[in-house]
Design a binder for this molecule. Sequence first.
Ligand code: SF4
Length: 358
Amino acid sequence: MRRRSKKVMCGDVAIGGDAPVTIQSMTNTDTRDINATVGQIRRLEEAGCQIIRCAVPDMEAASAIAKIKKSIRIPLVADIHFDHRLALEAIRSGADKIRINPGNMADRDHVLKIVREADVRGIPIRIGVNSGSLENDILRKYGSVTAEGLAESALRNIRTIEDMDFDNIVVSLKSPHVMLNYDAHMILADKMPYPLHIGITEAGTVERGKVKSAVGIGALLSAGIGDTVRVSLTGDPLNEVLFAKEILQAVGLREEGIELISCPTCGRCRVDLLAIVSDIDQELARLNVREHLNVAVMGCEVNGPGEARDADIGLAFGKGKAIIFKKGSILKTVAVENAKYEFIAAIKELLNGTVQHP
Ligand code: SF4
C-alpha cells in the first residue's frame, strides 16, 4: 500500500497525497544561458518531465529564472546551496519550489528568511539531505554515513523548518548506495508526514545508473514510498525522464505508453527475434504512443500464444508461420517473412481507434 503523505503543490503539479507519482529532472545547462536552458526544458517536457530543477549558483542564475519561466510549461525548482540570498532572489523570480539543505546554511536566520519568503509566495521548500553533505556532528555520532544518520539529519532539518511555522515541505534523502538509501527511507517514512522525492543520487553513467536506479527507486516504490521521482544519470537529462517513465511503468504506477514484452529466445526459436523486436520497438517509438498498450513478441509456440493472447496485441512465431493476436483472439496467421510488417500494420490499425483505455 502506498504511504499516504501530505499533498504539496509545486506550481500546478501536486506532489503527495493521492496525486500520481510525478517525474522530475534537472537541467545540466548553464542556468544563465536562458536559450540553452529553455531549449533543454522543452525537450524534457516533450518527453514527459513534469517538474524541472535548475542549479542556481549565483545571482545571475537566480534572476534568469524569471525569463526561463516565461518560456516553459512545467513548474521550476531552484536548487540552492550555501547562500540564502540566491534562494530569496530565485523565489522573487518566480521559482515554484526551492530546494535547500538547511544543514549547509550555517546561519539559522538565513534559513528563516527563506522560509518567510516561501511562505509569502506560497511555494514549498524541499529539504534535500545527501549522504555527501551530512552534518559533522551526525557523522561523528555514527562514525560514518549510515541510514540512521541520514534519517536523523532529515528529521533535524524538518524540525528546524517546522519550528518556523512552515509545513509546505517536500523531503529527499539520497545516497548513491542503493541499500543505504532504502534503509534510510524505511527509518524516516513513518516519522514525518511530508511527501518524499526519491532517487539514487549520482547513480553514474546511463548503463550503470539505470540498474542502480531501477533497483533503488523500484524497491522504494514497491514498498509504497515515493511521491516524486528523479533518476540521476551522468549526461543528457532526457535519459533520466525516459528511464523514470520505464521504472514507473514497471511497478504499475504509470499506465501510459507501450509495455513491450518479448521472450529471451532459446534453442526453439527459428527467427532472428532480436532484429524483429528491435525494428518493432523503433517503429513504436516513432509512433509516440500515449495510450497504455501491451505489445508481446514471442519466439515460438511454447509460451508464445499464451503471452501474445494476454497482450493488447501480440505476435507469436511458430513452425513456418506467425500468429497475430488482438485483444485475446487470433487476428490473422501470416508468413514468417511478412510477420513484422503485418504486425506493425495491425498495431497502427489498433491505435487508430480501437485501443481500450484502462
Ligand atoms: Fe524459447 Fe519459445 Fe520461450 Fe521464446 S517463447 S524463450 S523461443 S520457449
